[in-house]
Design a protein around this ligand. Structure first.
Ligand code: ADP
Ligand code: MG
Length: 464
């Protein structure tokens, strides 16, 4: 029986392009791998009873690995440099210690700032942390661009203890004198690699440069190379480095498929796969492409919407809420939505346009199979894209073959139960002829029982 490849470990050699073999910050992560036998509790990590009560109420019984690793050091006041994938639970890893250590602030002089790359993420972090902050009588506020400054200014004037912000808008407010970072004692940089990719580092540095006095800085990123390494060296003091190579829950539950399509069949195939999913996220390259695909999928009878950077903030929020609620089960997104964003229960991610590289593949794919749920990732591949996609697979340590399928291929209706062949064409001697082609219909692949998730219980991925 063929099993899907494990979720690639970012430390493995196939990713050495992104990861210089020389150690970047310290020689070794500071702590041995945590005991992940499930015995550690949040109380063991040092979380106080009032916050424990909120965790219990939210059904969070055991800390995730990144939390078990970083919370004790963060509570002790150390700078922490954490490398972890999306979906690993970083928000509480920094959020709980932050709330434990934050004091009530004076108006316009918050005690803590959390910098994030996107407005969606700012909202999500604020939402996830609000019940914990409320238990302490602390105020937090999400601050981001694309929306009126007025309410943010009002909130700051009334007094916000923890500001969760995108760097651009925060700088605007600092320049207007509506906020000062002079009293900031705790700084979090979340998804630092994405902030770097989006060109925000000068903005981040402008903010960090204005902070006076001693601070604790927690930095989280999927990669710690290049620009992130510089950030760590400039703004962290003797950081403890922790690394969670992959979220174990994700490894076991992600199914990957690579389907060869033509420009004529692509939309119909995407539509058939989407129709069988409970909540599906499709990724495209451009804003225009997102709008167009949502419209085209709509014409095939699906309730689909698009989300990208050109929409107004209120429209983005409405669309995300509809998607989270399930009233719009098909969402077409540009890479803006690829990272950090958390919506529960996305059972299928479709790379409608292939990702630019393996990092984008991993981050987009990380939108499903979060927090131990199962999920499937489908990449649609035009003939001329086969070579690039194979290269991406190789870089990500995946060897699932691209299998061409026609619109009426029955395997499309039950991709979860279809075992794709493994093995990639050799890089040097690549030719189109060597790609596995679909043996007529239902020809290939052994069948195996669904592994929970699709088609079972959740009204999810199943034969119609
Ligand atoms: P990341 O920031 O690493 O992408 P998140 O912090 O968004 O991941 O967490 C992913 C999901 O897991 C969220 O829905 C979050 O509420 C949930 N989660 C986090 N920690 C725990 C925990 N200890 N137990 C159960 N669920 C958790
Ligand atoms: Mg996060």
């Amino acid at each position: 029986m063929l099993l899907p490849q494990p979720w690639p470990n970012l430390e493995n050699s196939s990713l050495s392009i992104a990861m210089p073999s020389r150690p970047l910050i310290d020689t070794e992560p500071d702590t041995p791998p945590p005991s992940l036998d499930g015995d550690v509790t949040f109380a063991d990590l040092g979380i106080s009873p009032d916050l424990l009560a909120v965790l219990t109420k939210r059904g969070m019984v055991a800390p995730f690995p990144v939390q078990a690793l970083t919370i004790p050091d963060a509570l002790a006041g150390r700078d922490v440099c954490g490398k972890a994938q999306t979906g690993s639970g970083k928000t509480l890893a920094f959020g709980l210690p932050l709330i434990e250590r934050t004091k009530t602030a004076k108006p316009r002089r918050p005690h803590a700032i959390v910098l994030v790359p996107t407005r969606e993420l700012a909202n999500q972090v604020a939402e996830e942390l609000t019940p914990f902050a409320a238990a302490r009588g602390l105020w937090l506020c999400a601050i981001y661009g694309g929306t009126s400054m007025f309410r943010q200014i009002q909130a700051l004037r009334q007094g916000v203890d923890i500001v969760i912000a995108t760097p651009g808008r925060l700088n605007d407010l600092l320049e207007r004198g509506e906020m000062s970072v002079s009293a900031v004692k705790n700084v979090v940089l979340d998804e630092a690699d994405q902030m770097a990719d989006m060109g925000f580092l000068p903005q981040v540095e402008r903010i960090l440069g204005q902070i006076e006095g001693e601070t604790q800085t927690l930095l989280f990123s999927a990669t710690l190379d290049g620009a992130i390494r510089t950030l760590v060296q400039r703004y962290q003091k003797d950081p403890v480095r922790h690394e969670v190579a992959s979220t174990q829950a994700t490894v076991d539950t992600l199914e990957q498929r690579f389907i060869g399509v033509t420009s004529e069949s692509k939309i119909e195939i995407a539509s058939r796969i989407s129709a069988g999913a409970k909540r599906v996220l499709l990724f495209v390259r451009t804003t225009h492409g997102a709008d167009r695909l949502a419209e085209q999928l709509g014409r095939t009878g699906l309730r689909a919407a698009a989300i990208h950077g050109r929409l107004s903030q209120s429209k983005r929020e409405r669309t995300l809420a509809d998607f989270a609620r399930g009233s719009v089960p098909v969402l077409v997104a540009t890479n803006v939505a690829a990272r950090g964003l958390h919506v529960d229960g996305i059972d299928v991610v479709i790379h409608y346009d292939p990702p630019e590289d393996h990092k984008v593949y991993l981050h987009r794919s990380g939108r499903t199979a979060r927090a131990g749920e199962s999920g499937m990732v489908v990449t649609l591949v035009l003939p001329i894209e086969e070579r690039d996609v194979t290269a991406i697979e190789r870089a990500a340590g995946i060897d699932v073959a691209i299998v061409r399928m026609a619109v009426d291929d029955e395997r499309l209706l039950d991709l979860a139960n279809w075992d794709p062949p493994h093995g990639l064409p050799e890089a040097a001697s690549y030719s189109r002829g060597r790609t596995s082609t679909a043996p007529a219909r239902n020809g290939g692949g052994s069948r195996r029982p669904a592994r929970g998730g699709y088609g079972s219980g959740r009204g999810g991925y199943s034969r119609r």
